[in-house]
Design a protein around this ligand. Structure first.
Ligand SMILES: NC(=O)C1=CN([C@@H]2O[C@H](COP(=O)(O)OP(=O)(O)OC[C@H]3O[C@@H](n4cnc5c(N)ncnc54)[C@H](OP(=O)(O)O)[C@@H]3O)[C@@H](O)[C@H]2O)C=CC1
Ligand SMILES: CC(=O)N[C@@H](CCC(=O)OP(=O)(O)O)C(=O)O
Length: 316
């Protein structure tokens, strides 16, 4: 069977990349909206209801509107926006977060694609909380840097118009109320939202997310190797996943942590750095905000929902 896929918001940053990733797929027909009608409610409603899977690559309000337009109960939805990330009735589209999550996504009608920042934080911290190494009420800090495509078309145009004059490193969300906080707390398994302080850099795509930990404030004061073992064990148990764990090396020498390293892939690479004598560690995730952080994850989830085998989904 050829699945009909409609990407609402197909000319935006995320939508375009999904289209590119689906090009050449013979099991999928991407149904396009005519450019002059891409914000026309009647036409969007028609295409949403005619789709086997609708992928929403829209601002939050427009994504909510799309969902309200769907009357066909056979239409399944992947929402790339942050409108439904912690909503009841939606499966969270981070397939590697638990052994059962890929199955939950495969069976779901409504899937919320994860936020780009939350995925790296959840990927590193959740296994430690589940293993009891970090308590759920631990005060957590998250920081990192993202390419400017994370801000969508408007931020891309802004950075590209400034060129070399654009800020190389611009901290933001300094009111500490980023829209990702509820999602981070819920899926990492934290009782309270973390202190999240991101930055954007003058490069198009790719990101590094870091979670520093004072090991002396944790129960039983774990060693860096204990943190690494818990994270590595978790991902070793996830078949067909796209999250990999770098070997643990408690060394002074810093490896190359280039945010652009995994661009144009759906991979995420996790590192644990530690100095046991100082009882300090940092968990790091590297991935493409438009890959595993958005479009790659959306295609991975689409493959799961369509029951496409792991070999094909590896091309996500
Ligand atoms: N960029 C990223 O790294 C990530 C993005 N996301 C999320 O994915 C969603 C899309 O983001 P992104 O692709 O970056 O954003 P863009 O701004 O690049 O694209 C959004 C697209 O939606 C269109 N649009 C806006 N309103 C409507 C409407 N009412 N009906 C139809 N189309 C509409 C826009 O058109 P126009 O420009 O003409 O208004 C634009 O083409 C957002 O919710 C974002 O938060 C999630 C993870 C990462
Ligand atoms: C660099 C930048 O501005 N990034 C965006 C997040 C990217 C994104 O679109 O977030 P979602 O995954 O939740 O949709 C931000 O911090 O708001």
């Amino acid at each position: 069977m050829v699945a009909k896929v409609f990407i609402d918001g197909e000319v935006g940053t995320t939508g375009l990349q999904i289209r590119e990733r689906l090009a050449g797929r013979r099991d999928i027909e991407v149904v396009s909206i005519s450019p002059d009608k891409r914000k026309d409610l009647t036409e969007r409603k028609r295409l949403l209801n005619a789709a086997d899977v609708a992928i929403l690559c829209l601002p939050d309000d427009a994504a909510r509107e799309s969902v309200s337009l769907i009357e066909n109960e056979a239409t399944r939805v992947i929402d790339a926006s942050s409108a439904h990330r912690v909503a009841d009735g939606w499966a969270y589209g981070f397939a590697e977060m638990d052994g059962a999550q890929a199955g939950a996504i495969a069976a779901a009608r409504l899937v919320s694609n994860p936020g780009c920042w939350p995925q790296g934080m959840i990927a590193t911290l959740r296994p430690l909380i589940r293993a009891g190494l970090v308590p759920a009420d631990h005060p957590v800090t998250v920081n990192g840097i993202s390419g400017y495509s994370g801000g969508g078309r408007a931020m891309i145009e802004d950075y590209q118009s400034k060129g070399e004059a654009a800020s190389k490193f611009m901290p933001y969300s300094l009111g500490f109320n980023h829209k990702h906080l509820p999602e981070m707390a819920k899926y990492a398994g934290l009782a309270e939202a973390p202190l999240f302080q991101p930055a954007v850099g003058n490069f198009a795509q790719g990101m590094v997310v870091a979670v520093p930990l004072w090991l002396g404030t944790l129960p039983r004061v774990p060693k860096g190797a204990d943190l690494h073992a818990a994270i590595a064990d978790h991902y070793a148990g996830i078949a067909g996943g796209f999250v990999e764990v770098a070997p643990f090396e408690a060394v002074e020498k810093t490896p190359e942590l280039d945010p652009e390293r995994l661009n144009d892939t759906n991979r995420m690479r996790l590192h644990v750095f530690a100095n046991d004598a100082r009882a300090q560690a940092v968990l790091v995730a590297i991935y493409d905000n438009l890959g595993k952080g958005a479009s790659g994850a959306a295609v991975q989830n689409l493959n799961l929902m369509l029951g496409v085998d792991a070999a094909t989904s590896l091309a996500a």
